[in-house]
Design a protein. Structure first.
Length: 148
C-alpha cells in the first residue's frame, strides 16, 4: 500500500467538516449550561483543527509549490476567489484566537473567555465551513479540465 498525497485534500475537508460539527455542538452545549460537555467538545474541536493543520502543511510540503487550478468560470470563479481570499486571511487569525479562547476557558476566566469566544466562534466556523466549500468547488464541482 502506498501513500497518495492527493488523498489529503479530502482528509482536510473531512477534518474541517468535523470541526464545524464540534463547534456547533459546543455552542449548543454551553447555551444549555453543560459546561463540562462544552469543554470536552471544544477541546475535540481544537484537536481536530490541529490535525487539520498538520495534514494541510504535510500536503503542501509534499506537493511543493504546485497549485491546483480552479475549473469554474464566470460568476462562480469570482465567488470562489472571494471566498478563498477571505478564508486564507481569516484562517491565519483562527489559531491565535482559538488558543487565547481555549486558555481563558481552561483557566476559568469565564468573563474574558466569553468575550473573545463571541469573536472566535463565528470566524472559526466561517473558516471551517468555507474550507469544506473550497474543497468541493476545487476538487468535486469545478475541477480543472486538462488542456482548457
Amino acid at each position: 500500500m502506498s501513500f497518495d498525497v492527493m488523498m489529503l485534500p479530502t482528509v482536510n475537508a473531512t477534518l474541517n467538516g468535523i470541526a464545524t460539527l464540534l463547534l456547533v455542538t459546543g455552542f449548543i452545549l454551553i447555551k444549555q449550561g453543560k459546561r463540562s460537555a462544552h469543554r470536552k467538545v471544544m477541546l475535540a474541536a481544537f484537536s481536530t483543527s490541529v490535525l487539520f493543520l498538520i495534514s494541510y502543511v504535510t500536503y503542501h510540503a509534499l506537493r511543493g509549490g504546485m497549485n491546483t487550478p480552479f475549473g469554474g468560470e464566470g460568476a462562480v470563479r469570482t465567488l470562489y476567489f472571494i471566498m478563498l481570499f477571505s478564508h486564507i486571511v481569516l484562517a491565519a487569525v483562527v489559531p491565535v484566537l482559538a488558543i487565547i479562547t481555549l486558555r481563558r476557558g481552561l483557566a476559568a476566566k469565564y468573563d474574558r473567555h466569553r468575550k473573545i469566544a463571541r469573536i472566535t466562534l463565528p470566524i472559526w466556523l466561517y473558516v471551517s465551513v468555507t474550507g469544506v466549500l473550497i474543497y468541493l468547488m476545487l476538487y468535486q464541482w469545478f475541477p480543472a479540465v486538462a488542456g482548457r
